[in-house]
Design a protein. Structure first.
Length: 290
């Protein structure tokens, strides 16, 4: 048995997505509705949970912008707290708005909401014209260079060498499979298809434990360390621990939206086994577990 398996998130852990995915969230809403929020609105929604991919965050911000047009006055942190209390994610977002708006106001919001158009705009901005045509199989709605090219690598090659030489390594991400492959190729990490979970082969998404439970089985591991940059990553590991006899640890990495001492406190409150400055601190952390 390989006793210890290491599972890595991609965004905010292996690569920096502040000027790619997060930029696409904000700019997609601006293009469709001529107004948007700034990027500081994204993290409270991520912390609320249930937003396993950035299309869902884009939808939530679009709904918020549309609700403001109907007189909705909650600030974003309060709105995000209400979403968390309602269970997190897009359905909770709609539940909160439905409870705060009149029936006519809520119908005006949902009538104006165009998730399909938002997704198309998001992909065009993120992928750029050439990749959009290749991956989406259609002509892009406008020409764009693609924010995907603005994703600095966060992980050192020595870190990846150490991890892959010593441990079984898997990936769990909310990215579509093709975009996960692009990111992994960029950082130089080779992961077999059966050892990666993406939007395309994991219906439930984080914080559901299915992906971690399945990887533990496939690696024949009795300990799994999952490093991620969001509270849902930690919750995923904790949910796996509740569902299985194996040991699962969620490790918070402060290179995504949760940074500084505030990020440390948030991870610790969510039950993180450890909070690290970077994925490059993972090998030293793992050595201390041996």
């Amino acid at each position: 048995m390989r006793e210890l398996a290491v599972v890595l998130d991609i965004d905010g852990v292996l690569i920096d997505v502040a000027d790619s995915y997060r930029r696409a969230v904000i700019e997609s809403v601006r293009r469709v509705y001529d107004e948007t929020l700034d990027r500081t609105a994204i993290q409270p929604l991520k912390d609320a949970g249930g937003f396993n991919n950035d299309w869902l965050v884009t939808d939530a911000i679009a709904l918020y912008v549309l609700a403001r047009r109907q007189g909705f006055e909650q600030d974003v942190p309060t709105f995000a707290d209400r979403i968390a209390d309602a269970g997190g994610g897009l359905e909770a977002t709609k539940t909160v708005l439905k409870s705060e708006l009149t029936t006519d106001e809520y119908e005006s919001v949902t009538d104006a909401w165009e998730p399909g158009r938002l997704r198309t705009v998001f992909q065009a901005l993120y992928l750029g014209s050439d990749l959009f045509a290749e991956l989406e199989g259609e002509k892009p709605p406008f020409d764009a260079d693609g924010y995907i090219h603005d994703e600095p690598v966060l992980v050192d090659s020595d870190t990846l060498t150490t991890l892959t030489d010593r441990y079984a390594v898997g990936v769990v991400t909310g990215r579509p499979a093709a975009e996960a492959t692009i990111a992994l190729d960029r950082v130089g990490l080779s992961v077999a298809d059966e050892h990666r979970f993406t939007m395309d082969n994991w219906e439930q998404g984080k914080p559901h434990p299915y992906a971690l439970l399945t990887l533990a089985e496939r690696f024949d591991a009795d300990r799994v360390v999952f490093a991620g940059d969001t509270l849902d990553d930690v919750r995923t590991a904790n949910n796996a621990a509740e569902a299985d006899r194996r040991e699962y640890q969620g490790v918070g990495v402060r290179t995504g939206g949760l940074t500084g001492e505030e990020g440390r406190a948030a991870f610790e409150d969510a039950g993180a086994a450890a909070v690290l400055d970077s994925v490059n601190d993972i090998p030293a952390y793992l050595r201390n577990l041996d």
